[in-house]
Design a protein around this ligand. Structure first.
Ligand SMILES: Cc1ncc(COP(=O)(O)O)c(C=O)c1O
Length: 439
């Protein structure tokens, strides 16, 4: 993120860059995400980080995995360390179809393209469909990594309102009409229907059909990004948009949240006609996805109780969600409202009017708690009264402590607001990193 007040220093650094006049115009849209810079500060042990979306990997059977990877090297090392096909290994693509069947998708392995995480899928899809100035519709708020990709390809994001049941169909219609009236072209709707990042809400089943119908009527492609769909807390899954409509939906999947993000294995399931373009885009980016990590995932899906592991994750995240919501209920000052996720990693918090979550962050970090300000999740700098809290990584105890600290920060800000009519800031030169004596 751009730390509050750090802009002038960054601009100064840019103007010293001797390559400035050489950069392609598209690099103007490539800026550090709010989350990236936060990681450096928030990873200090004294800070309770409710900022990053890191999966709780301690729930994995590391000993069994390590023995298995050893066996993989001994028996399949020469293939696992070799170049592979641009589209990904056939066996893994078949297994991916079985994983997607859990959310009602019937697909052929030929239409699956393995990617280096679903982030690469997002990059490929945007590269294949968007020219500079094209419009992408995205939920308000939306995944920061997707916004970064859209901006890097000079696509313009138009946000569409959500409520507790996800994307609002009337708002989608209105956004399509407004873009058409402005003479621009919408290339696709980017949506995260399940346990959305950052809002934690899920698109209702009824709205799924409606959203698909609206997009079909307006000849707009749907890009369905679904890394959290199997992480519902009661084990419930929702029918994927792709399970209802095959020809107009590009589906992005990932093993990052159900297995491990360090492997960087994701996939795109594309309408058959689009598949070839995506393979070419993938090939020009990486030649082929890593054979080694694909082999690890294939072996994991064959040898391990991967459905049991997903259950273990669901339970761990449910416990953390419960700790978060009950601590919020207990400690946050009145005037705060928040979403109630049924799965995934995130809660979206709205603070009382007059407060600004980005400006408040330095004080929060001084009080040893970190979050991501809401503005990170908008392309148009909305979100100043919101923040994303991630409960996926810290223990329930640390979460409760983090929420207590956050509540104290909010109360302090509200007191300033009621005394001075504004929140007085002494120092906006960037987050105050906690020193050992504040730890
Ligand atoms: C909605 C969404 N899409 C895509 C990604 C990227 O995931 P991957 O690790 O598969 O690249 C994330 C990661 O947090 C995400 O939340």
């Amino acid at each position: 993120m751009t730390a509050p007040g750090s802009q002038p220093a960054q601009q100064g650094a840019r103007s010293l860059d001797p390559h400035l006049s050489r950069y392609a115009a598209r690099t103007a849209g490539m800026t550090a995400s709010e989350i990236r810079a936060l990681f450096a500060v928030a990873s200090r042990p004294e800070v309770v980080s409710l900022a990053g979306g890191m999966p709780y990997l301690a729930a994995l059977p590391l000993d069994a995995l390590s023995a298995d990877i050893g066996r993989l090297m001994a028996t399949e090392g020469l293939t696992a360390l070799q170049y592979g096909s641009a589209q990904g290994m056939p066996e893994l693509r078949e297994q991916i179809c079985e994983v997607m069947a859990l959310e009602g998708i019937r697909a052929h392995p030929d239409d699956v393209v393995v990617t280096v995480g679903s982030q690469m899928g997002l990059d490929m899809v945007t590269r294949v469909f968007c020219d500079p100035g094209d419009v992408v519709l995205a939920e308000a708020p939306s995944y920061v990594g997707a916004l970064g990709t859209f901006s890097a390809y000079q696509a313009q994001v138009v946000h569409v309102e959500m409520d507790d049941a996800g994307l609002v169909p009337e708002a989608l219609r209105a956004a399509l009409a407004a873009v058409a009236a402005s003479g621009r072209r919408v290339k696709f709707l980017y949506t995260i229907p399940n346990f959305q990042n950052p809002a934690g809400v899920t698109l209702s089943v009824q709205r799924r059909t409606e959203v698909l119908e609206i997009c079909a009527q307006h000849d707009v492609l749907v890009v369905e990004d679904n890394p959290y769909g199997l992480l519902g807390f009661d084990g419930q899954t929702y029918p994927a948009l792709r399970s209802v409509e095959a020809d107009n939906v590009v589906y992005l999947g990932s093993f990052s949240k159900t297995f491990a993000p360090g492997l960087r294995v994701g996939w795109v399931l594309a309408p058959h006609a689009v598949r070839e373009k995506l393979v070419l885009a993938a090939e020009s980016a990486t030649l082929c996805p890593p054979a080694f990590t694909q082999a690890v995932v294939t072996r994991y899906l064959t040898q391990h109780d991967w459905k049991g592991q997903i259950k273990t994750y669901q339970e761990a995240y449910r416990e953390r969600r419960d700790a978060t919501l009950s601590a919020m209920e207990q400690h946050l000052p009145s005037g705060c409202t928040w979403t109630k996720p049924d799965g995934g990693f995130y809660v979206w918090l709205t603070v009382p009017e007059g407060l600004d979550t980005k400006a408040m962050l330095p004080r929060a970090v001084t009080q040893r708690v970190a979050y991501v300000p809401g503005t990170a999740f908008y392309a148009d700098s909305f979100g100043s009264r919101q923040m994303r809290l991630s409960y996926c990584y810290p223990t329930p105890e640390r979460i409760r402590e983090g929420v207590r600290r956050l509540a104290a920060v909010l109360e302090g800000e509200m007191e300033l607001l009621s005394t001075f009519g504004t929140v007085h800031r002494r120092n906006l030169s960037g987050p105050q990193t906690p020193t050992p004596d504040t730890a």
